[in-house]
Design a protein around this ligand. Structure first.
Ligand code: MD6
Ligand code: FE
Length: 202
């Protein structure tokens, strides 16, 4: 695994980090995860249905409903989350720059028209650990701002196999997905985009 690093407002973007073969292996492992933890459309604390469908793996999984954003040891149906796939953990080891392993990964699925508003990842107990994400499938326009709301933002297209690392001063940078180019990649036969974000949640 290697890639050309780009710095966008302190966020490291590793273009082409995963080979096509590894991308296919990760997708296959994520299908096994989804068989145990199906993709669900959550509600924000404000009661809006998110356009992105979400699953998770690891000791805890990120969820949201009227009660708030949080990590939960159980799925909404009361089942435990599946284990994190080794392929995904290998990407963390190669890209995170830390020895500590993640205990959770959130899996986002973007169908046609799905997007994600600007947000910070700050539901983790210790915000000093990095967050590493893998993009799979269709291209996505990733917007990265500052650590405070409202500053200037920069946008970059993420392609299948790219990895983003939020660490150090940029760990709390605002970021979001403005849109995807549905059908731009052939990795997922029915189109769409998957983003896997690994975290030390607890
Ligand atoms: C996405 N990514 O790429 C949304 N969060 O679909 C994130 O929200 C994200 O890429 C934390 C770290 C890296 C990320
Ligand atoms: Fe995020």
């Amino acid at each position: 695994m290697s890639g050309t690093p780009l710095d966008v407002n302190g966020v490291r973007i590793l273009k082409g980090f995963l080979s096509q073969g590894l991308q296919r292996e990760v997708v296959s492992d994520l299908r096994d995860v989804a068989a145990i933890a199906p993709f669900r459309r959550y509600e924000t604390p404000g009661g809006k249905k998110m356009s992105v469908r979400m699953s998770a793996a690891g000791k805890v999984g990120w969820v949201t409903d009227r009660a708030g954003y949080r990590y939960d040891a159980l799925q909404p149906d009361g089942e435990a989350w599946p284990e994190m796939p080794a392929t995904v953990l290998d990407v963390w080891s190669a890209a995170s720059g830390v020895e500590r392993m993640p205990d959770s990964c959130l899996i986002n699925f973007y169908g046609k028209g799905a997007k994600m508003g600007l947000h910070q990842d700050r539901d983790e107990a210790d915000l000093d650990w990095p967050v590493v994400s893998i993009s799979l499938g269709d291209d996505a326009l990733f917007r990265i701002g500052q650590v405070t709301r409202g500053g200037p933002t920069r946008s970059i297209w993420l392609h299948s196999g790219d990895v983003a690392v939020l660490s150090g001063a940029a760990r709390l940078a605002y970021h979001g997905i403005d849109r995807i180019r549905f059908g731009s990649s052939s990795l997922l036969p029915d189109g769409g985009r998957i983003n896997v974000t690994m975290r030390v949640a607890e």
